[in-house]
Design a protein around this ligand. Structure first.
Ligand code: NAD
Length: 507
């Protein structure tokens, strides 16, 4: 059904799982196939990188780094601009491939490609703005500066739910910073990665810059090899908190740098003064968009007691009308979950919620059709139910109530994750309290906007068990470079800092 699409993206029935420094290579065993989660049909296969392939890729990426770091940053930006142009030209096709492999609806699949394009544009501008500082020296006739140098070949490990955008957050910034990149995508979404790598390689070949962007498709053994590899000074890893703990441990042991983007358990507070219409629409997108499979998905709703019943009724009415179906059909708003395991995890979480005193008000059923379709669930809950503290990667919204504003903030902050948070209020003081040091403890805090759908211009990431990393905009680029403090003496005396005297004489 989608053969023309695969062909237009250079994909065959069996595809190379290694790309970049080695050229396109066949890869070895095993061969993996992602499954279209809407039909359960297999997609074209990808051969995984062997550990030997991996070693050669990193060797070549390190060699490419010695050239790329000396390429002027604006020239590196020019190459990234060309990648952005090709992505623009292929936006529809790549968006549809994201839809086929992840189950995201069309506009979200294309949105993900747009995010890559936005990252290219951002990185091009950044390539002329990798500024350092001039710092006052306490010593006479001395000048002190801070400059930023490329870091090395870096490892990027990505999750299934943003199969390409997260790669672009890392890779485009790292590339203009002068790093080379070794990317291990999720083994659940290898095909999108192979298609992107093919497009990028053609640009790099034309510009004689091979070896900057590298791909190695594989599973746990490959991931473990990467995180333990001292040739990669930075590992940027996106995925579950459990994965992040393991990455932090292994990278920490070799004193490397880990940039971690892990799970979220995001809450929305609906205060008494909120505009209900706005809150309902934004909450629905945040809770059921991408079938609840965003790190920023709203999983907890904390509603003022005066609005609780009304909000629950109105949400239930909206949930009843949600168009669930094939994600490539115009009009569908909720596609499938990624796989059988995700359906089982959702069922288990709902059973746990019931046993802990929760009440499923709507949804939670599996649809009787091929694919991993469920109806998004609304659950009346209490914050002390253990299941409310767990990130179940499925569309379950736990609805809780509060009377005192400080208590609402305590509920919001009372989980181990700290990615995104939101409040709906028309009370300026409440909004400011939410944004104060004693307010939300998350990396992202929104007012009258849901928890998901961040723009790339800001730094993206979260606190606590979410890992503390920041990617994409603002000054996140600094994570991909090494900081160097330089002091230059343009006098003929060697004064020491802090007034230390160390007079020596040659005679
Ligand atoms: P996952 O943890 O199962 O896998 C993520 C990636 O880590 C995959 O490429 C996987 O192969 C790799 N991996 C797993 N164990 C590894 C190990 N020991 N060493 C090296 N690599 C290893 O996550 P997933 O199911 O693909 O994605 C969903 C999770 O990702 C959710 O928890 C979601 O919140 C999180 N996520 C976070 C962000 C963010 O920016 N904070 C963005 C997207 C997804």
């Amino acid at each position: 059904m989608f053969e023309d699409l695969f062909r237009s993206l250079g994909l065959g029935e069996l595809n190379h799982g290694v790309a970049g420094a080695l050229g396109d290579q066949a890869g070895g065993e095993p061969v993996i196939r992602s499954i279209n989660p809407a039909t359960e049909e297999p997609l074209p296969a990808v051969r995984c990188a062997s550990l030997e392939d991996y070693d050669r890729v990193v060797e070549r990426a390190a060699a490419a780094f010695t050239r790329w770091r000396m390429t002027p940053a604006p020239r590196r930006g020019e190459v990234v601009r060309l990648i952005g142009e090709v992505l623009r030209a292929k936006k529809k096709e790549l968006g549809l491939l994201v839809t086929l492999e992840t189950g995201k609806i069309r506009s979200e699949g294309e949105g993900e490609v747009q995010e890559m394009i936005d990252m290219c544009d951002f990185a091009v501008g950044l390539s002329r703005q990798l500024h350092g500082l001039t710092i006052a020296s306490e010593r006479p006739l001395h000048r002190m500066i801070e400059q930023w140098q490329p870091l090395g070949p870096i490892g990027v490990i990505s999750a299934f739910n943003f199969p390409v955008a997260v790669w672009a957050w890392n890779a485009m910034i790292a590339a203009v910073c002068g790093d080379t990149i070794v990317w291990k995508p999720s083994p659940r979404t290898p095909l999108t990665a192979v298609a992107i790598a093919g497009i990028v390689q053609s640009v790099m070949r034309e510009n004689d810059c091979e070896g900057v962007f590298n791909l190695v498709v594989g599973g746990l053994d490959l991931g473990e090899r990467m995180i333990a590899d001292p040739r990669l000074p930075l590992i940027s890893a996106t995925g579950s908190c459990a994965m992040g703990r393991r990455v932090a441990e292994v990278v920490g042991r070799r004193l490397g740098r880990a940039l971690l983007e892990l799970g979220g358990n995001n809450a929305i507070i609906i205060a008494a003064s909120a505009s209900i219409e706005l809150a309902i629409r934004a909450t629905t997108f945040a809770a059921v968009g991408t079938a609840g499979q965003r790190c920023t998905t709203a999983r907890r709703l904390i509603v003022h007691e005066s609005l609780h019943d009304q909000v629950l009724d109105r949400l239930a009415a909206v949930y009843k009308r949600l168009p669930i179906g094939d994600p490539w059909d115009a009009g569908t708003l909720v596609g499938p979950l990624i796989g059988e395991q995700a359906v089982q995890a959702m069922q288990a979480a709902l059973a746990a919620a019931k046993s802990q005193g929760g009440e499923v008000v709507h949804g939670g059923e599996r649809l009787d059709r091929p694919g991993y379709f469920v109806t998004p669930a609304l659950v009346k809950a209490r914050p002390d139910m253990p299941i409310v503290g767990v990130e179940t990667f499925a569309p379950i919204l736990f609805v809780m109530t509060y009377s005192d504003f400080d208590h609402a903030i305590a509920i919001q902050n009372g989980v181990e994750q700290g990615l995104t948070s939101a409040i709906f209020t028309n009370d300026l003081r409440e909004a400011e309290r939410f944004l104060a040091a004693s307010g939300s403890d998350c990396g992202i805090a929104n007012v009258n906007i849901g928890t998901s759908g961040a723009e790339i211009g800001g730094a993206f990431g979260g606190e606590k068990s979410t890992g503390g990393g920041r990617e994409a905009g603002s000054d996140s680029w600094k994570a991909y470079m090494r900081r160097q403090t330089c002091t230059i003496n343009h006098g003929d005396q060697p004064p020491l800092a802090q007034g230390v005297r160390f007079d020596v004489s040659e005679t």
